[in-house]
Design a protein around this ligand. Structure first.
Ligand SMILES: *[C@@H]1O[C@H](CO)[C@@H](O)[C@H](O)[C@H]1NC(C)=O
Ligand SMILES: *[C@@H]1O[C@H](CO)[C@@H](O)[C@H](O)[C@H]1NC(C)=O
Ligand SMILES: *[C@@H]1O[C@H](CO)[C@@H](O)[C@H](O)[C@H]1NC(C)=O
Length: 532
């Protein structure tokens, strides 16, 4: 068995997953107004730069004061954002929870005018769902819920839902395949599929919250049915190759029949938010999504049993390996660092403190990727040598010689040094804080925010940087990601802000569940139905 640094065996954890009630958790939160205001200031700077130089396009190029609707960032992948004002819609729910009403009004005005029938770029069903659909549904839920205001024109608020519906009506052509597994790539004018033959686990498995919410808000079951049909192939994977460990899957399924074509996976990009949404769907509505809960438990148990890993040079750190079939790869990503927060949410939701403890260990591992670098920001991709596997195993190579010293002190080496304004480490600090009330996590989030503010603030906003292990970040990509608004600024703010109905709760009183883009979505019925 692999060593577990948090104590307890996998068998014990298995028992606790369905354990009897334990003592109520009394968590107290302490707001820090000074820090919350500093994050708001960063939001305002980012928004002002975007609004002046890029709006109503998708993203700001802060170094050159220009805009972008399509983008090659640090990898040769094209990231189309459709030209519908991705940053504005992604900033919507953050402006709302910060109660920046002047910005809210600017975004509301924009949302009314977007033409969701037309775009010049390719459309990713997944990216469009998590950013645009998620952003609109969240704004609608906030403005009809805790931020309902008698001065707000109800017709304006209704427009948000109408626009979300129109967008989904244009996207739904994606699901018209033999299996019901959607084609992730669409072209518009008019909307049609690109003709893909496969789709990914994350891009199929990260639609269900948004599309189910839309059905619940519009009393039209069609949207939920479409997303849940695609998801069904992930909940009941076939053939066996697609599930190398119980609950842990490969990464691609066929549009023709929903069958897996590989058994290569991980908690990182391409598969990540499928696992994330399993437990979030149960929190959204425990009566409809028990199967999702059971699949999350299977994935969590297998993670603890088979893929947890500790680096040779700092065995106290806990990372998660990736897998190719049953063989592990000791490499992970900034993207995967949501895993700590997701285990913590699972622990809270299922009354399973062992999952919370495991999540807190993952949070510490991801923090180490921040504290060890020159900028105090973690890298895009990192690797290590596993302490429990033979050191001569072909899947367990040592650090490259130019990083041997760095590995000896840090417990990981850098496989890609970019930082593209990703949120996952701060996101997990947020869940750690909300679960424990321990101010240490607020301090960690503040340190991370200060490091990002110092390294990435440039020109009219904030930019992705090339190399976190060079003082100053080694150069700018000249790109302010829309998820900087939706996620980094939101979690950085909420961890210091006053308690509020949209904050994550440790005592089963959640009113919202966050989509993978950090847009808070109202849970079914308005309040968590799970009991201790
Ligand atoms: C825009 O899309 C919606 C939803 O698919 C559709 O009902 C409407 O007819 C379209 N409008 C135009 C002008 O094509
Ligand atoms: C690794 O080392 C062990 C013990 O020295 C040896 O038995 C084994 O054959 C080696 N494996 C490889 C892949 O070199
Ligand atoms: C963020 O960076 C700006 C520009 O360097 C600086 O003026 C501001 O004080 C920083 N914020 C914090 C909280 O340090």
């Amino acid at each position: 068995m692999r060593p577990l640094s948090i104590g307890g065996s996998a068998a014990l954890l298995l028992g606790l997953a369905v354990a009897a009630p334990n003592k109520p958790r009394a968590v107290t939160y302490t707001a820090n107004q000074r820090r919350a205001n500093a994050v708001k200031e960063a939001f305002q700077v980012s928004w002002d730069g975007y609004y002046k130089y890029a709006f109503p396009h998708d993203s700001l190029q802060p170094v050159t004061n220009a805009y972008d609707d399509d983008r090659f960032v640090y990898s040769p992948a094209l990231l189309p954002r459709n030209g519908w004002g991705a940053s504005a819609v992604d900033a919507f729910s953050t402006a709302l929870v910060m109660e920046k009403w002047d910005v809210v009004d600017q975004i509301l005005e924009h949302v009314k005018n977007v033409d969701f029938n037309t775009t010049t770029t390719e459309v990713s069903l997944f990216e469009t769902t998590i950013r645009y659909l998620g952003g609109l549904l969240s704004a609608y839920d906030l403005l009809t819920g805790p931020l309902k205001d008698d001065e707000q024109d109800p017709a304006q608020v209704q427009t948000i839902l109408d626009q979300a519906t129109r967008l989904a009506d244009n996207l739904k052509v994606a699901f018209n395949t033999p299996s019901g597994v959607p084609d992730n790539i669409l072209y518009f004018n008019p909307p049609r599929q690109a003709g893909s033959t496969t789709n990914g686990v994350a891009t199929v498995g990260t639609l269900v919250l948004e599309w189910t919410r839309l059905s619940d808000l519009t009393n039209n079951p069609e949207y939920a049915k479409l997303a849940q049909k695609g998801e069904s192939y992930l909940l009941r994977p076939k053939p066996a190759l697609g599930e190398p460990f119980p609950g842990l899957l490969g990464s691609k399924i066929k549009l023709s029949d929903g069958e897996f074509v590989d058994g290569n996976g991980g908690w990182g990009g391409g598969t990540d938010s499928f696992y994330e949404y399993l437990i979030k769907m149960y929190l959204y509505d425990p009566s409809r999504f028990r199967e999702y809960r059971d699949r999350w438990i299977a994935a969590a148990e297998s993670t603890i049993k088979y893929i947890v890993s500790h680096p040779t040079t700092r065995p106290e750190l806990t990372f998660l390996a990736m897998w190719r079939g049953k063989e592990l790869r000791f490499i992970s990503q900034h993207l995967a660092c949501f895993n700590g927060g997701n285990f913590i949410l699972g622990g809270l939701t299922l009354n399973a403190p062992a999952y919370t403890a495991f999540g807190l260990a993952l949070v510490e591992g991801c923090r180490a990727t921040y504290t060890s670098t020159a900028t105090k920001i973690g890298p895009e991709i990192f690797s290590w040598q596993d302490a429990s596997q033979p050191l001569n195993a072909t899947n367990n190579p040592p650090a490259p010689s130019d990083q041997a010293a760095f590995y000896a002190s840090s417990g990981f080496w850098i496989s890609s040094g970019a930082y593209v304004l990703r949120p996952e480490v701060i996101e997990s600090y947020y869940y750690a804080y909300r679960a424990t009330g321990d101010k240490k996590y607020q301090d960690w989030a503040w340190e991370a925010f200060l490091a990002v503010n110092k390294t990435c603030r440039i020109g009219s906003g904030y930019s992705s940087v090339v190399d976190v292990n060079k003082e100053g970040g080694g150069g700018f990509y000249n790109f302010q990601e829309s998820f900087w608004f939706a996620e980094v600024l939101k979690y950085s703010y909420l961890i210091h802000a006053e308690d509020a109905p949209w904050q994550v709760k440790a005592d089963h009183s959640n009113e919202f569940v966050y989509n993978t883009e950090a847009h808070p979505i109202r849970v079914a019925g308005g309040r968590e139905k799970i009991r201790r």
